[in-house]
Each structure stands twice: as C-alpha cells, then as structure tokens.
Ligand binder design. Sequence first.
Ligand SMILES: Nc1ncnc2c1ncn2[C@@H]1O[C@H](COP(=O)(O)OP(=O)(O)O)[C@@H](O)[C@H]1O
Ligand SMILES: [Mg+2]
Length: 260
Amino acid sequence: MRIWAIANQKGGVGKTTTTLALGRGLALQGQRVLLIDLDPHASLTRAFDIPLDPPPAGVVELFGTPPADLTTLAHHSEIEHLDYVCGQTALATLERRSANQPGLGLALQQALTRHAGQHDYVLLDCPPTLGLLMINALAAADRVIIPTQAEPLALHGLTSMVRTVDMVERSRRRPLPQSILPTLFDRRTRAGHDTLRQMQDTYGERVWTEAVPVDTRICNIRSLTVPVVSNAQPSRGQAAYERALAWLLASSAVAMEEAA
Ligand SMILES: Nc1ncnc2c1ncn2[C@@H]1O[C@H](COP(=O)(O)OP(=O)(O)O)[C@@H](O)[C@H]1O
Ligand SMILES: [Mg+2]
C-alpha cells in the first residue's frame, strides 16, 4: 500500500484538486484508491455526493478511544475503485480537545497499518496548517507531493513546506521523498514562467518539468468525482494531471530501484 500526502502549508494552491485528480487517475488505471480528507474545511468531502447534515463519520473517529477502522469509515464513490473517508468541521478543534492525550501524532499511521492491503494507494489531502493532522499525515506517508501555485509569492510557502518535510524526515528516520507539482500556471504571464524556472533552479529534479494550467473546467471539482463520459475529451487541467501522475509513477519506480 503506497501512502502519498498532498501537502502545503499554504491554502488555495490546489491540494484538494490534486488529490482528486491523481486519485481519479490511479482508480481509472484499476488501482484501489482511498482518499482521506484531513482538512476541517472538508472541500474534498464536498466534492462527493454525500449528505453533510448530520456530519458523516470520518477522520475524527480515527482519534477516538477506541479508534475506528478505516474500512468502516470508507465510502465508495461513483468511480469504480475510488473510495474516500470524510473530513469534518470538528477536526478544527481536535487538537485542543486532545491536548492531554499523548501519542495522537501516530493515530493515522496506526489506522493505516491496520488497513494494510485493502487499498493499493492512499492519498492524504492535508489541511493548510502545520498541526496535529499534518503531522499525522507526514508521519504516515511514504512520499509527499507539494502542489505549489506558479506565482512568485507561493515560493515562500514552498520553502517553509520543504523545511517542514526535511525536519519530519530527520525525526522519523525514514526517507520521505518530496515531489513538487507547479499548479495554477498562467502561461500568459511572465511571473508564471519566472516562478517555474526559479522552482527548478532551487529544487531540481524534485520539480515536475511541466505545470498544471489554470483551467476553468477543473475548477468544478465535482467533475473529478463522476465517471468519465465516453468520448469526452479531458480538460487541459485533467490532461496535465494525467501527465503529472505518469511522472510521479515513473519517479517512484526509479526511487524503488535505487533503494533495492
Ligand atoms: N488548475 C486549476 N485551474 C483553475 N482553478 C483551479 C485549479 N486548481 C485548483 N483550482 C481552484 O482553486 C481553488 C483552490 O484549489 P484547492 O484544490 O481547493 O486548493 P487547496 O486544497 O490547496 O486549498 C479552488 O476553487 C479550485 O477549484
Ligand atoms: Mg484543500
């Protein structure tokens, strides 16, 4: 079971869109995929057709005593092989409520260990804050994908995210490879091109050599949670995510060969 965290401490950079697009791509290849919504805003959950009042059971229950199992929390989506676990608004206060409960940083990793073998890929849609949920994701993941908006101000967020991942990698003493996906690229602007170049100069092979373009069709994330209509052309954004997925899969194959 491969566990990918989709993370960036900045909001609005395309984390949720990336989680859905990559998860969908993997499921269409026949992989059994589980998406986990770790964000109290629950944008990923909202992309699926599930009633939210009362809030469905989800990630909060992984932190209960005893913790729930992922199998009981997972919902099937309309796309074959694509399952998801809901995020809930109550996640926003989880940290405060569990302040005197030690060991919660590994709750997700433990749930995933109990879940081993039931999905091929688990994608963790992280919140934009460095708190208990992001730490859980980085502790459990075997790779981190950092979507980064291709505009100059986003580079600061990228620097701090890379620093956070490096720190977690050192403390857990297990490699945590990073892949940087430039998103929301507007090819008409000079700033967009300059930012891509700067990302590549600074982070080299960790950065995808292309970028996901701004695409009004992918803006509607509901479009990523329904099956492909036959003959429909993928939007430019979706096509870019297909190429990004191919790059991620190829680079993880190289990493595995190097580790062998
Ligand atoms: N490639 C894209 N083209 C156009 N809009 C996008 C694209 N990627 C994301 N968006 C939009 O930008 C906003 C933020 O994206 P989202 O994936 O929710 O980011 P995050 O999870 O990092 O907060 C959303 O409204 C989303 O629909
Ligand atoms: Mg999000």
